[in-house]
Design a protein around this ligand. Sequence first.
Ligand code: ADP
Length: 534
Amino acid sequence: MASIQTTAGGMPVLILKEGTKETKGKEAQKNNITAAKLIAEIVKTSLGPRGMDKMLVDSLGDVTITNDGATILKEIDVQHPAAKMMVEVAKSVDNEVGDGTTSSVVFAGALLERAEELINKDVHPSVIVDGYNAAADQALKLLEKIAVKVDIADKDMLLKITRTSMDSKLVSDDSPVLAQIVVEATKQVAEKTESGGLKVDLDDIKVEKKAGGSMRDTKLIKGIVLDKEVVHAGMPKKVENAKIALINSALEIEKTEMSAEIRISDPHQMQMFLEEENRMLKSMVDKIKSSGANVLLCQKGIDDIAQHYLAKAGILAVRRVKESDMTKMSRATGARIVNNLDDLTAKDLGSANLVEERKVETDKWVFIEGCKNPKSVSILIRGGSQRVVDEADRSIHDALMVMKDVLEHPAIVAGGGAPEAYIANELRQWASSQEGRAQLAVQKFADALDAIPLNLAENAGMDPIDTMTELRASQSKGAKWTGIDCRNTKVTDMYKQNVLEPLVIKQQIIKSATEVVSMILRIDDVIASGKSKM
Ligand code: ADP
């Protein structure tokens, strides 16, 4: 199925299903560049704090409102292979560093646009690729040079960095509250490494969301929250000094695989049959009871009769707990996940100070607090509607990744396009040291970096030409942190504005964008391979 898209300039582009059209040489390059640039054009209006949001409607009519580049690209149906490569960039940046997805796609789009200009002037793509790669290496060195070391004990600084990541998202109004939670959560789970640094495993932070209340009611819980209720009304709703058993098999009588028939000739036999079932279920519960457990989390179902016996034994039980939650519970409480009840002993139990069922809006959820391993925390996101909590979830995910980046690599640069403008300025001077046509490519690389401050300014409604002239003038006087203050629509020192970002994100943007652009430029044949790889 082919679809027709138009670029911002109104040029129609036919996006064909993969492998349906063979193209060669310049034509192939042109098609690939156009399709990839189209992807950058889709997301570029959502760059920065004044960027617009996108409303994504899927085939079932479900709506997502977001300005997160990775989410936008994940949801749109892209067919062209080169366009798909651009989507991959966003994904890879998202996986590596969590933030900077829109920037990397916008930058890659700008690199391609400049490359196209050179190709039109008969500069060979491999010359462009070499020039771009040399420029990228130099850019990374320059970034390293201007980066500022962060003292990770400086909580104020960590809050500023987290708030910058949230500043460009829908949740920016509530960022003071949310940033506190994100910083506390990541600091809580951070572990010292042998080399003296820190390591953050985001699997230790469980994020749950529930629509209702306001975003300011979002809470950090020092423990784990399960979006499940206690299974039987007769069970305790609160257990202190909990001894927790984790079972991943069902507390039910197994059904036979084949349909079997039992013929019963008198009511007595029926009674015996039921009693036997009852006895088997009771013996399962007895095994749990004799291990000393007073809380049971079961990954599968729990039969009504077993529930009754568990309630009688004063055990708080939850059924159908997700596998991922079972693993988290095992890490948090030190319990071993047991498959066969016969193997359950006191040694397999985990511990927590408190297990309690609490009301969250109309639902009842189970909170496990004061776990044996204090490195397990949960964030319970609240907000006016499902869409709001979904977007808050995405922003918190990005902010958690940003905090992980800084704790693991404590160095930052200012945002607002300042480092990009600085590097562009330096690269233009450095270009003259390059030989031949590679020089042209380095110049173009510098021009492409300007796309970040330029788009930030455009999205904030500032005049692009005036703003860029002012920015360049200030940068050339050596004011390296001058960038675009989108909130106050002026050109100013972004470090002083507390718009701060991890160095690793800026590095990743440059690395990933250069990589994908090199790949796209090197292609001069698009061939229908005939066979599907599936
Ligand atoms: P990405 O997905 O690339 O992170 P965003 O839409 O989050 O895209 O925008 C990030 C850009 O916005 C970065 O260049 C960052 O420096 C900039 N930015 C964030 N907050 C501000 C601000 N208050 N003023 C100016 N620029 C900002």
